[in-house]
Design a protein around this ligand. Sequence first.
Ligand SMILES: [Mn+2]
Length: 333
Amino acid sequence: MVKLTPFLAKYARITIVCHPNADPDCIGSAYALQTSMKSSYPKKTVTVFAPDGVNAASVRLNEYLDFKPENVLPVKTDIYVLVDTSSLDQVPSVKESIKKERVPYAIVDHHVADKETVSGAAFSVLQQKSSACEVLFEALDKKALSKKAALALLAGLIYDSRRFLTIPDSSIMAAAKMIGLGADAALAIRLLTSEEDPSEKMAKLKGIARLRLFQAGEWLIAATNVGAYEASVARSMTNLGADLAIVINEGGEGVRLSGRSTEKFFKESGLNLAKDVMQFLAGSFNGQGGGHPTAASVNLKGRAEAVESAAMELIALKLGIRPGDIKEINTKK
Ligand SMILES: [Mn+2]
């Protein structure tokens, strides 16, 4: 296994980069990397940069860890380390610094790889695992991990694996090792549990009320539109029984489309939401997107109707049927 710790040994000033609106997987990775590097190399300056703050699910974990990432980039850095962030396009200020100042960067991630970002990296650990925390855990010097760092990694893993639903054999084995290093699983779960935001509940219920249902061969596709929380609305629809869910948010500046599918749908149809849908939409609508085979999203310029029908065409193509064979089901009777 390639080791991140020895690779980073030669850099004095390290900046760990989170994706905007950092989730517990990103926070857990950044915290564990920062604290373990500081413990192995006390003289290094190790900063965590989290643009646009952290997401609601990370708040309690952050408080417990007493973790305060920076929201501005340090003036000087010798290397950037992207965690849980697949593309430099997600962090424009870092991208610019890399270009202008020729700062090298490393990447530790579990998303579908962005070719351009990976090819420019000085070091990369990319694996299809439950979480960036799980990938990082394998690449770190475990002797330098504190109990709190092991807990941070475990919380990120539990969050991003959706409590061990994603690649369970591997995520459960990794979690067991983290517990062996002193992580308290019950505490990790408590730190991730919070009362849901009333506006998120509202978005989910509105999304369901507006749901349109389609039959594509043996598969049920649900589509809807909301003004926020697209990913959560899409996941609610697959939880209710849709094989594939598409949620569109037509905001002021463009369209954001989120897709979710079940593991069964992905395994049997072979449709990879990131590769077969979002990356194509990003190309044809001048946008930016990616994610995982069963969870992906894209930000586009265009109209909701055009984006939805393009998405349906891509889905039909991959399922080996004609777009006209995706039939809307009358849900009014
Ligand atoms: Mn993640």
